[in-house]
Design a protein around this ligand. Structure first.
Ligand code: ADP
Length: 585
């Protein structure tokens, strides 16, 4: 499922070939000086030449302005092209080039689907109170004057990433997304939907940006025209190209240069930095109140991902909102392809602060795939064996010694299906505030952390409230008392309800087209009761054998017998917009 993603701008064409299933970028190029040294036609012919050895399944086109007409990625045909054209007057610097790219690419790749992915789409359903300018209604309608918002692909992408990282459904989160790049915007993502954003009819509104002024009293424009005799194009040039960080600092639009100058005492540079941060803080406060609270704040874009000093400046003194930044985590945070989300708030911070590496091209590829191939048939990768894991205990060396005595050894009872894992002969009693469960088996070998895995039913028996967690993530999980033959140990944390997961060998992951930490749906078919388990975590390691682990409650719900097999039903980790179902035959 290889997607060619094309971002055709006024002076450059950026393109990537992305395998949308395993999220690998196979090719990434930029052709500069388009329109000067090379025409769009010639440049796109270069693209075709460069990708001939890759089989392309579909092309995804970035389109800046889709107005309020396109609220989703859309399969391109002649009618769609005409409808995009309608919005050109609102984005004269972008849409004509996007459209030219589409026209040429459709000629060069005539036999595959082309999909338009709009910067505005994510905001298209913004509530009216947020999208309306308080001007004459008729005039506004006639000239399509309203707030459309931009950077939607990025805000949508990072919000999904954040929810997955926090292991919470996006549908229950209130997120403030701060996309701080050369262009910059904020977005209130409420239950997965954009309900406010700082860019408006054009990308000029909102934050202080690299070269754009952002929010400004419209009276300033009138004043400049009347008193300074500036023409329309001069005001355009001033506000879009020569303002923002560049205008304030007098140095340029790159924050790195401005931070360096500020460190050496340059007062204009300091003022630029202070204005930038102040404006972002203003929006955070505003969105926290429009949403009636906030659960997570995301920093992304070149500045959000890289400037720790700007992140600190923005996120400080928000204690009153329930935000406490961890200075060390902030200082050390380096997001990368391997680690695209890093939490930089303190563990007790009610609001989580996350640095997220954005990837608009990947999102475009995923949405393109979802639109172009709604139901894709792939080779059946085969069934997945299911193991029902009964309640069990993992112990560290010291805890084992406290419970069984210094000289005791963990004794092998029988092998488990995962290589190297075994059930021990020793058992322990779990003592909860309400009740106890005796004779819970220990699994070996000993680990570096204690972990007690129980089912929901067990929780109610014990009278405890255990979080659903991936195995190994016991930090801030529930406390538990363990009773052994030689002693009793109270664990401050370690009790979890294990999250459904599938162990996969690296080869299996390739066969299924998934990777470590993906979430998939698994359909249990052919049993007494067909059932789909959502939110199943993929865990990949060369040391794993293919097997899905569910707990006893879940097995009961599916009326699973010992030999039931699961089949993967893929849903894209990025949610409804990018739903990809691969049917198994
Ligand atoms: P665009 O909006 O053009 O996609 P990016 O999101 O790539 O821009 O952001 C580019 C900007 O990020 C640069 O102009 C620079 O101001 C800022 N930036 C990148 N790296 C750093 C860094 N290490 N420290 C401070 N600012 C940085």
């Amino acid at each position: 499922m290889r997607i060619l993603v094309i971002n055709c701008g006024s002076s450059s064409i950026k393109y990537q070939v992305i395998d949308a299933l395993n999220e690998h970028c196979l090719l990434k190029e930029t052709i500069e000086k388009v329109g000067e040294e090379v025409t769009i036609d010639k440049a796109l012919e270069q693209v075709v030449a460069a990708v001939t050895d890759q089989t392309i399944d579909a092309v995804g086109h970035r389109v800046v302005h889709g107005g309020d007409e396109f609220s989703d990625a859309t399969l391109i045909d002649d009618d769609v092209v005409n409808r995009i054209e309608k919005w050109t007057s609102l984005a004269p610097l972008h849409n004509p080039f996007n459209l030219q790219g589409i026209a040429v690419a459709r000629k060069l790749f005539p036999n595959i689907p082309h999909v338009a992915v709009f910067d505005t789409a994510f905001h298209a359903r913004m509530p009216r109170r947020a999208s309306t300018y308080a001007i004459d209604k008729q005039l506004a309608e006639q000239h399509k004057i309203k707030r459309y918002g931009f950077h939607g692909t990025s805000h949508n992408y990072v919000a999904h990433k954040a929810a997955a990282f926090l292991q919470r459904p996006l549908a229950e989160l209130r997120i403030i997304s701060l996309h701080l790049g050369n262009g910059a915007s904020t977005c209130a993502v409420e239950m997965g939907h954009s309900t406010e954003t700082s860019m408006g009819m054009t990308p000029l509104e909102g934050l202080v940006m690299g070269t754009r002024a952002g929010d400004l009293d419209a009276g300033v424009v009138l004043h400049l025209q009347r008193e300074a005799n500036l023409g329309v194009d001069e005001v355009d040039q001033l506000l879009n190209r020569n303002s923002g960080l560049k205008g304030l600092s007098g140095i340029g639009n790159d924050l790195r240069d401005i931070e360096a100058a500020a460190a050496e005492g340059d007062d204009n540079a300091r003022a630029a930095i202070a204005s930038f941060a102040h404006r972002v803080r203003k929006y955070i406060g505003a969105y926290a109140s429009t949403m009636g609270g906030v659960d997570a704040i995301i920093l992304t874009g070149g500045i959000g991902e890289n400037s720790k000093t700007m992140r600190r400046r923005i996120m400080q003194r928000f204690g009153f909102l329930g935000i406490t930044l961890d200075e060390d985590l902030n200082h050390d945070a380096e997001v990368s392809h391997e680690q695209p989300v890093i939490c930089i708030s303190e563990p007790h911070s009610r609001v989580k602060v996350l640095v997220v590496k954005t990837n608009e091209e990947l999102m475009i590829a995923k949405q393109t795939l979802a639109v172009a191939h709604k139901d894709v048939e792939v080779e059946n990768p085969g069934p997945i064996p299911i193991a029902v894991s009964a309640r069990h205990i993992h112990l560290d060396k010291d805890t084992f010694a406290e419970l069984f005595g210094e000289d005791a050894e963990l004794e092998h009872y029988k092998d488990l299906s995962q290589p190297g894992q075994f059930a021990a002969t020793q058992k322990l009693n779990l003592v909860g505030p309400r009740n106890r469960i005796d004779g819970v088996r220990i699994l070996g070998p000993l680990r570096s952390k204690n972990q007690v895995e129980v089912s929901r039913t067990d929780e109610f028996v014990l009278g405890v409230d255990a979080p659903v967690r991936d195995s190994g993530r016991v930090k801030d999980s529930a406390p538990m008392t363990l009773e052994g033959p030689k002693g009793t140990v109270h664990l401050e944390e370690g009790l979890i309800c294990a999250r459904r997961h599938i162990h996969m060998h690296t080869d299996d992951a390739k066969r299924f087209g998934v990777k470590h930490n993906d979430e998939v749906e698994v359909a249990i078919v052919g049993g007494p009761r067909d059932l789909v388990f959502g939110d199943v975590l993929i865990r990949v390691s060369p040391g794993y054998a293919l097997e899905m682990h569910i707990d006893t409650d879940e097995a009961n719900a599916a009326e699973l017998s010992k030999n039931s097999d699961g089949q993967l039903v893929y849903t894209d980790v990025l949610g409804a917009n990018a739903q990809l179902k691969i049917k198994h035959t």
